[in-house]
Design a protein around this ligand. Sequence first.
Ligand code: NG1
Ligand code: ZN
Length: 528
Amino acid sequence: MDLEAVSKRSAFHAKPQGLILQYGTAGFRTNAQHLDHIMFRMGLLAVLRSKQTRSTIGVMVTASHNPEEDNGVKLIDPLGEMLAPSWEEHATCLASAEEQDMPGVLGAIMEKEAVDPQQAAFVVIGRDTRPSSEKLSQSVIDGVTVLGGQFHDYGLLTTPQLHYMVYCRNSGGRYGKATIEGYCQKLSKAFVDLTKQVSCSGDENRSVKVDCANGIGALKLKEMAHYFSQGLSVQLFNDGTEGRLNHLCGADFVKSHQKPPQGMEMKSDERCCSFDGDADRIVYYYSDADGHFHLLDGDKIATLISSFLKELLLEIGESLSIGVVQTAYANGSSTRYLEEVMKVPVYCTKTGVKHLHHKAQEFDIGVYFEANGHGTAVFSEAVEVKIKRLAQELEDEKGKAAKMLVSIIDLFNQATGDAISDMLVIEAILALKGLTVQQWDALYVDLPNRQLKVKVADRRVISTTDAERQALTPPGLQEAINDLVKKYKLARAFVRPSGTEDIVRVYAEADSQESADRLAYEVSLVVF
Ligand code: NG1
Ligand code: ZN
């Protein structure tokens, strides 16, 4: 490895003096103009990680739900997971290094992680539809090649599709074929097999309206729709032909404003959903006959999925452990419903899918969703093998349930939350159970809640514990929050520094919208 050559090449991707960025909850994210050096350096780092793990590593160029002028990058680890925390630190170090220090920082990472310079490296790259993404992904490739790494550029992909590709390439074909056709075929075959089981009395003309946030989800759904067109008709809105990415639309907009996106033609009681800009989040909604907007967020999705999986297991007669993983942002009603009505154990982790994903892997079947609609289900290898065997052996209703479970396992993107895959899972479950979106919504009633963003001088003065539900510092903050919460019924509130924006987030819920709003506001005053 020629670190001298790296230095020379790095000069073409110079870091703006004094610019320090941190590898946060979802990698690096900021205005696209400041990211060229980061992309080059993440190309370098992906080569080192690939050498160390002797596996294919992914680099995704996207800023998800951020405005169009932003961009970002994150690395994907061998099993399609988020980058390991110790390497996040290396990423931050490398991104912050001044030009002259680059060889030294690279050398230090190699030494610390015992990277064998002779080992081959392979990196796969994907990007979203932002105007800046193509050029930035070229800078990633520049970083990969200057260190002698091999690469495959998938071009335009959703974030979860790149996670899927990485997982496929490192699982020796067990998980699927690492091509777009492989992805489309695996998911659509599973979807068609599942929905074949829908009884004839069900709604045979199933259709769903999808707000694609003017992002990559539109392209990829168009590419895929003909594979499953018989089972489901998908109508696309905000497909990128007119509006700006994530502008007044998309899953993040719908969830945080609790209202429909612009550009969607909603008729009353129609089932609609929104993807975010890189299609890893999804939320559902409908408008009732009185014009009231109803949101079915990640918590409702987790409930639908886990109850369906539990029913299948019951039918098959297998007692496997199912766990649901949420964050502090999960609506209190969802947690109560899962624990008390469904009798499913619920766990709370810190915000950020990597935390949820790892917790979910502790169960035979783990279902995890952030309230904002990012999530999936993961199945242990032993469970997959067992269910496949049972699907062959069992007959009648038990056999049918086992076959359905095999298909639904294939329909999930187990590497990460995936709006396309999740949408197909939800559509299949609703069809199989003969549920309308209103019946699904009626499983439980959300507690009124409010989220606020507070700008503070230094958000790092707030530290938290108990999966971010309690503030440790500054002193007195938690006591002040406790005193405010006591004034309201069914109330809960917490604060935490955001990992993706320079703000502190305040969350409150209570028995009425007015109380939730007031509590959130009062908490924001004690934070400020
Ligand atoms: P931060 O900014 O750390 O709250 C946000 C979301 C996370 C996650 C990340 C990555 C909320 C409250 N937070 O994190 O759930 O999705 O962005 O995109 O929605
Ligand atoms: Zn996203």
